[in-house]
Design a binder for this molecule. Structure first.
Ligand SMILES: *[C@@H]1O[C@H](CO)[C@@H](O)[C@H](O)[C@H]1NC(C)=O
Ligand SMILES: *[C@@H]1O[C@H](CO)[C@@H](O)[C@H](O)[C@H]1NC(C)=O
Ligand SMILES: *[C@@H]1O[C@H](CO)[C@@H](O)[C@H](O)[C@H]1NC(C)=O
Ligand SMILES: *[C@@H]1O[C@H](CO)[C@@H](O)[C@H](O)[C@H]1NC(C)=O
Ligand SMILES: *[C@@H]1O[C@H](CO)[C@@H](O)[C@H](O)[C@H]1NC(C)=O
Ligand SMILES: *[C@@H]1O[C@H](CO)[C@@H](O)[C@H](O)[C@H]1NC(C)=O
Length: 555
C-alpha cells in the first residue's frame, strides 16, 4: 500500500477511535485533569456559570469555571508534552446544593449518572471535546463514580435527587470503621463513605435492578460519546463481581481507583478479572516514601513494592503510574528538591505501566497537602514551558521512541519486557526494562563523594551507552559493569536512563541538536557545564565521542 494511503487510513482510524482495549492503552500516556480547574473559560469556550472570577480560591470549594469546551483550548499544551490521552473528571449530574464541604465543583458527587452535568457544558459540548481529542489521535478516559449518592443525612434513604428511588437500592446505613478496615472488607464494600457532614450513601450493587440499570447506562454512554476508557472511582468500595459485569458492558479499558497499599489486595482486581487495570497505589507509595518523605527517605520502600507489583499483578504493563492526584499531596508539597522529583518521575514514566500525570505536576504546583488545596486552578500559574514541562516532554518522548523504535533486549521490546532490579543500595536502584536501564537515586541534589555501581548490566564490556535524558555518554567496564558518580559539581542526585548508543541512534534520541533538556539543581536553574562530560572507563569510541561533543555543546 502506498505510504500516504496508510497514513490517511491511520488518521481516519484515529478519528473513529473508540472502545479501546487494555492493549491499545498500554502504549499511551495519560494527562489527568479536573474539568473545573484545568482551563479557564474564554471567548471560544464560554463559561456555563457566569460570572466567575479568574481567581480560584481552593478553600472556597466552589466552581472556578472550567468547562469541556475550555479543555479544547489547551489540548495543544497537553499534546505538546507528548501525552496521547486525557482523563477527565466525571461528566454526570451532581448535587447542586452546598454542603459543609462546599459545592460539587470536582464532579465526584454524582446523584444521577444518566444525566450530563450542565455545570461543565451541554451534551453537544461533550461531543465536541471528544471529537477534538480524537482528531488528534488521542484517547479520552472519563471518570465514573457510581458507588455512593451524596446526602446530608443518614436517614433519608433514598436521598432527594438520587437516581435510585427505592430503599432496597441502597445498603442499610452504616459508617466505615477505618480502624478495622483490614479485617473487615465487607463494611468497606457495604458501608458509606463520608461522614456526618456529608454521606455518600452506599448503593446496593448486588441489587439486580441497580446492576442492569448501570450496565445499560455505561454501555450507552460509552457508545454515545465515543469514550475510549474509564477510570473507576472508589473501585475498592464495590464488590469485584460487579465490576466484571460493569466493565464488560462498557466494552472499554477500565482503570480502577483502589486506594490501598496492600499488594495482594490491589492485585486481586486484575487477578480475579474484576477490571483490566488499577491505579498503582503501592508503586506510588514506594515512590513517595523513597523520594519525598523527609527526612527518612527509604529506597527499600520502593524496591519492596516494585518486587511485589511485578510478582503479583498478572499484567503490570497496564497499571496507572502516578506521583500525585486529587486525593494525595502534591509531590512538590512534600519534596523541596527538584532532583528527587525528577527521579520519581523517571519511575512514573518508564517503569511497567501507563504514565498518569495529574494536571499541575508539570508546573511544579506545590500548594496542596490535601483536598481541597491539591485542586488549584492551573490557569493561575499559566501554561509556561518550565523545566518540569520539558522533563515531562522528554520522558514522554523517550517512552514513545522506545515503543515505536522497537529496540529489543534478549528478544523483548520495551513494552514486552518486565522490569527487573539489577542493583540496589540504601540510596539507589537500577532497573532494567528491556533495552533501557533506569538508575534512580534519592541522594538529592548536593553532589557528594559517592557512586553507585551496577555489577552486571547485561551489556558486554565496552558497550557504548548514552543517558537518554541528558545525552551524556557512558560505557560499561569489566564484566559489563557500570558506575555512576555523584561527586562532580552539578551531578549530584541525577536520574539516568541508559540505552546503547546504537538503540538511541535508531530511536532518533540524542542524535539531533534539539536537546533542550538539562538537569536543574536545587535553585531550579538550568545547569551549564563547560567541562568534559563524565564518562567512566573504558575510553569511549568515536561515535560516542561525537555525541559527547554535541552533548557538551547543548548542556
Ligand atoms: C445517623 O446520624 C445521626 C446524627 O448524626 C446519628 O445520631 C446516628 O447514630 C446515625 N445513625 C447511624 C445508623 O449511624
Ligand atoms: C526502610 O523500609 C523498610 C521496608 O519498609 C523497613 O523494613 C526499614 O526499617 C526502613 N528503614 C528505615 C531506616 O526506616
Ligand atoms: C503545602 O500545601 C499546604 C496547603 O495544603 C500549604 O499550607 C503549604 O504551604 C504547602 N507547602 C509547600 C511547601 O508548598
Ligand atoms: C535491596 O532491595 C531488597 C528488596 O527490597 C532489600 O531486601 C534489600 O535490603 C535492598 N538492599 C539494600 C542494600 O538496601
Ligand atoms: C518548550 O521547550 C522545548 C525545549 O526547549 C522546545 O523544544 C519546545 O518547542 C518548547 N515548547 C513551547 C510550546 O514553546
Ligand atoms: C545551582 O546552579 C547555579 C548555577 O546555575 C550555581 O551557581 C549554584 O551554586 C548551584 N546550586 C547548587 C545547590 O548546586
Amino acid at each position: 500500500m502506498h505510504l500516504s494511503i496508510i497514513t490517511a487510513l491511520a488518521v481516519l482510524g484515529s478519528q473513529l477511535t473508540n472502545a479501546a482495549t487494555a492493549d491499545e492503552w498500554r502504549s499511551r500516556s495519560i494527562y489527568q485533569l479536573i474539568t473545573d480547574r484545568f482551563a479557564p473559560p474564554s471567548d471560544s469556550a464560554p463559561a456555563r456559570t457566569q460570572p466567575l472570577p479568574l481567581e480560584c480560591n481552593t478553600q472556597d470549594q466552589t466552581w472556578c469555571g472550567g468547562t469541556w469546551l475550555s479543555i479544547i483550548d489547551k489540548l495543544d499544551y497537553i499534546q505538546g508534552m507528548g501525552f496521547d490521552a486525557i482523563w477527565i473528571s466525571p461528566t454526570s449530574e451532581n448535587i447542586d446544593f452546598g454542603t459543609p464541604y462546599g459545592f460539587a465543583y470536582h464532579g465526584y458527587w454524582v446523584n444521577d449518572v444518566r444525566n450530563i452535568n450542565q455545570r461543565f457544558g451541554s451534551e453537544d459540548d461533550l461531543h465536541t471535546l471528544v471529537d477534538e481529542v480524537h482528531k488528534r489521535g488521542m484517547y479520552i478516559m472519563v471518570d465514573v463514580a457510581i458507588n455512593g449518592i451524596p446526602s446530608l443525612s443518614n436517614s433519608t434513604i433514598p436521598p432527594q435527587g438520587s437516581m435510585w428511588t427505592k430503599k432496597e437500592q441502597f445498603h442499610d446505613f452504616c459508617q466505615i470503621d477505618w480502624s478495622t478496615e483490614l479485617e473487615n472488607d465487607k463494611q468497606v464494600k457495604d458501608c458509606s463513605l463520608g461522614d456526618d457532614k456529608l454521606w455518600l450513601l452506599d448503593v446496593n450493587t448486588e441489587n439486580t435492578e441497580v446492576v442492569t440499570t448501570l450496565q445499560s447506562w455505561i454501555s450507552e454512554y460509552v457508545a454515545k460519546y465515543k469514550i475510549d476508557g474509564l477510570r473507576i472511582d472508589a473501585a475498592k468500595h464495590v464488590p469485584g463481581a460487579f465490576w466484571t459485569g460493569f466493565c464488560g458492558a462498557s466494552g472499554v479499558f477500565c482503570m480502577g481507583e483502589v486506594f490501598d497499599d496492600r499488594i495482594d489486595y490491589t492485585s486481586a482486581f486484575q487477578r480475579e478479572k474484576w477490571m483490566d487495570s488499577i491505579l498503582g497505589f503501592p508503586f506510588y507509595n514506594g515512590l513517595s516514601k523513597a523520594f519525598s518523605v523527609e527526612p527518612h527517605r527509604n529506597m527499600s520502600e520502593l524496591t519492596e513494592r516494585i518486587i511485589g507489583t511485578l510478582n503479583s499483578f498478572p499484567d503490570p504493563g497496564v497499571l496507572g503510574n502516578f506521583i500525585e492526584n486529587h486525593d494525595t499531596p502534591r509531590f512538590r508539597n512534600i519534596t523541596a528538591d527538584p532532583r528527587l522529583v525528577h527521579n520519581a518521575m523517571v519511575g512514573q514514566f518508564l517503569f511497567d505501566g501507563i504514565p498518569v500525570l495529574y494536571y499541575g505536576q508539570e508546573q511544579d504546583m506545590s500548594w496542596g497537602l490535601s483536598d481541597p488545596h491539591n485542586r488549584a486552578a492551573l490557569w493561575t500559574l499559566g501554561y509556561e514551558n518550565v523545566t518540569t514541562v520539558k522533563q515531562v516532554a522528554r520522558l514522554n518522548q523517550i517512552r514513545s521512541a522506545l515503543i515505536k523504535g522497537g529496540a529489543t533486549y534478549n528478544g523483548e521490546t520495551y513494552l514486552q519486557a518486565r522490569s527487573t532490579i539489577l542493583a540496589n543500595t540504601t540510596y539507589d536502584v537500577a532497573i532494567r526494562k528491556g533495552p533501557i536501564i533506569m538508575s534512580l537515586t534519592n541522594r538529592g541534589s548536593p553532589e557528594e563523594a559517592a557512586s553507585f555501581s551496577i555489577e552486571n548490566t547485561g551489556w558486554k564490556r565496552g558497550e557504548a551507552l548514552i543517558d537518554l535524558i541528558s545525552c551524556l555518554d557512558f560505557a560499561t567496564g569489566s564484566g559489563g559493569s557500570l558506575s555512576i558518580s555523584y561527586s562532580r559539581q552539578g551531578y549530584g542526585g541525577l536520574p539516568y536512563v541508559f540505552a546503547t548508543v546504537d538503540d538511541a541512534r535508531h530511536m532518533g534520541i540524542c542524535n539531533d541538536v534539539q536537546l533542550g533538556i538539562v538537569h536543574t539543581n536545587q535553585t531550579g536553574k538550568p545547569y551549564t557545564s563547560g567541562s568534559a562530560v563524565y564518562a567512566p572507563s573504558p575510553v569511549v569510541g568515536l561515535v560516542t565521542g561525537a555525541i559527547t561533543l554535541l552533548a557538551l555543546f547543548f548542556l
